[in-house]
Design a protein around this ligand. Structure first.
Ligand SMILES: Cc1cc2nc3c(=O)[nH]c(=O)nc-3n(C[C@H](O)[C@H](O)[C@H](O)COP(=O)(O)OP(=O)(O)OC[C@H]3O[C@@H](n4cnc5c(N)ncnc54)[C@H](O)[C@@H]3O)c2cc1C
Length: 305
């Protein structure tokens, strides 16, 4: 058995690192467990222009590194390990990882979520170079450009409406001939002159030489192949939270996101969730950081009772 802590934070993205900064600066004995890249998802962002404090923008990798440096400067301990299970016992929780078991009085879960990918050639290599999963993050970079959105639910139609404020045209590519999005959103999108629908088509390939140039489409009915010239493609086919460990232990919504109140408290006293893994998160680096700060303050309150 490894050392015991006052707080264990799981996940080293903006939410977990900010929680770590607050806990360590308040002199709580805190361990942050991260299985991949310190900095989390934001390290994939070429340029972050909506995180306050950086008027000229900052690369996602640098932002993650800076938050990390700030947190460890106050004594935050970190370990590279995959959390695989937990036993929640009041003030003596056990967290099982690939590097052994750790115990703690409280836990902050900040494991984020993952955008669902199309899984087609070119997608991974052109992320940040035209391929995006977040219109709020990247939409303003496509002013007066032709873009496409893939998907047919609320998220896709909302992204298309948001993008229509910047882009010259927005093609919504959907594999069926009708949308799943709510009627209100559908009506708004149908009445927006910049938005056009490409029905019954799936993306088969994303192409470009360093930057996105075009996407290849295949008709789901007659298998006809066509090409769409765009400089941006926004994939909006859903996302999945990294919350499998908590199934059966905490309340999750129908999508698997952890349910908390506004203090980031889960239904189990002393266990908190913050950032993108949380139900109704705004899925932004700054909101994740804010959740992390709130979770840490709630954990401190729990520990002082
Ligand atoms: C390409 C891209 C561009 C983006 N651009 C922007 C932008 O411009 N502005 C903006 O505000 N947001 C942007 N975002 C969104 C932003 O990155 C997320 O909202 C933010 O990172 C969420 O922070 P988080 O800490 O909640 O989760 P994450 O950043 O996802 O961090 C969660 C961490 O938990 C770790 N983890 C998961 N499971 C386990 C486990 N079992 N054990 C141990 N560790 C685990 C993961 O490895 C990960 O590092 C972008 C996202 C992407 C993918």
């Amino acid at each position: 058995m490894n050392k015991s802590y006052q707080v264990i934070i799981i996940g080293g993205g903006p939410a977990g690192l900010t929680a770590g900064l607050y806990c360590a600066r308040s002199r709580l004995d805190t361990l942050l467990i991260e299985k991949g890249i310190i900095g989390g998802q934001i390290t994939n962002a070429e340029r972050v222009e909506n995180y306050p404090g950086f008027p000229k923008g900052i690369s996602g990798m640098e932002l993650g590194q800076l938050i990390y440096e700030q947190a460890i400067s106050y004594g935050l301990e970190t370990v590279l390990a995959d959390v695989t299970g937990a036993a929640l016992v009041r003030r003596r929780n056990m967290v099982s990882t690939s590097e052994g078991d750790f115990t703690s009085e409280s836990i902050i879960i900040a494991t984020g979520s993952q955008y669902r990918k199309l899984g087609v050639p070119g997608e991974d290599t052109l992320v940040g170079k035209g391929v995006s999963y977040c219109a709020t993050c990247d939409g303003p970079l496509f002013r007066d450009k032709a873009v496409a959105v893939v998907g047919g639910g609320d998220a896709a139609v909302s992204e298309a409406l948001y993008l229509s404020k910047f882009a010259s045209s927005v093609k919504v590519i959907h594999r069926r001939n009708q949308l799943r999005a709510s009627k209100v959103l559908q009506e708004r999108a149908m009445n927006e002159p910049k938005i056009e629908f490409v029905w019954d088509n799936v993306v088969t390939q994303i192409e470009g030489d360093g930057v996105l140039r075009q996407v290849s489409l295949k008709n789901t009915g007659d298998a006809r192949i066509s090409v769409l010239e765009v400089t941006g493609v926004f994939v909006a086919i859903g996302s999945e939270p990294n919350s499998a460990v908590w199934r059966g232990l905490l309340s999750l919504d129908e999508g698997g996101y952890i349910i908390t109140n506004e203090l980031m408290e889960t239904k189990v006293p002393g266990v908190f969730a913050a950032g993108d893994v949380r139900h109704n998160s705004a899925r932004q680096a700054i909101s994740a950081a804010g959740d992390g700060a709130t979770a840490s303050i709630s954990a401190q309150r729990f520990l002082s009772i």
